[in-house]
Design a protein around this ligand. Structure first.
Ligand code: AMP
Ligand code: ZN
Length: 112
């Protein structure tokens, strides 16, 4: 298993977890772009948002529920942003679907 996020999901690679349920795990990004930067991923290997199908779309519900749960944390009291970089132009560097959850400061818009 070469996918780093699959290895994190299986527990083979240790991370600081922020949330976990049967389908989703969330952990702190090792190169944070905001005071609080959490990655929310499906445990199943899905390459990106482009790979969502009728069969696996239920993961969207599980991920949004995890994000809503995480959003109750004090660090996100002022608001937060969710980003899923997809493909080369989107800036995706890890080929396992993930949602960045950023907060703890006022974020600029538009992104680069
Ligand atoms: P992206 O560039 O949108 O594909 O996001 C990938 C993110 O994964 C980047 O923000 C990296 O800092 C983060 N990342 C890569 N490897 C790890 C790891 N082992 N633990 C936590 N975050 C990671
Ligand atoms: Zn994977």
């Amino acid at each position: 298993m070469s996918c780093i996020f699959c290895r994190i999901a299986s527990g083979e690679v240790a991370t600081t977890k922020a949330y976990e349920d049967s389908e989703v795990v969330a952990f702190y990004d090792t190169a944070p772009q905001a005071p609080t930067h959490i990655l929310v991923i499906p445990k199943a290997h899905i390459p990106s948002l482009s790979a969502i199908t009728e069969e696996n779309a239920h993961i969207g519900t599980a991920i949004f529920r995890a994000i809503a749960e995480l959003s109750k944390r004090a660090e996100f009291a002022g608001g937060f942003r969710v980003v899923s970089n997809s493909g080369a132009d989107g800036g995706q560097t890890v080929g396992h679907l993930h949602f960045h959850m950023l907060g703890g400061r006022a974020l600029g818009w538009p992104p680069g």
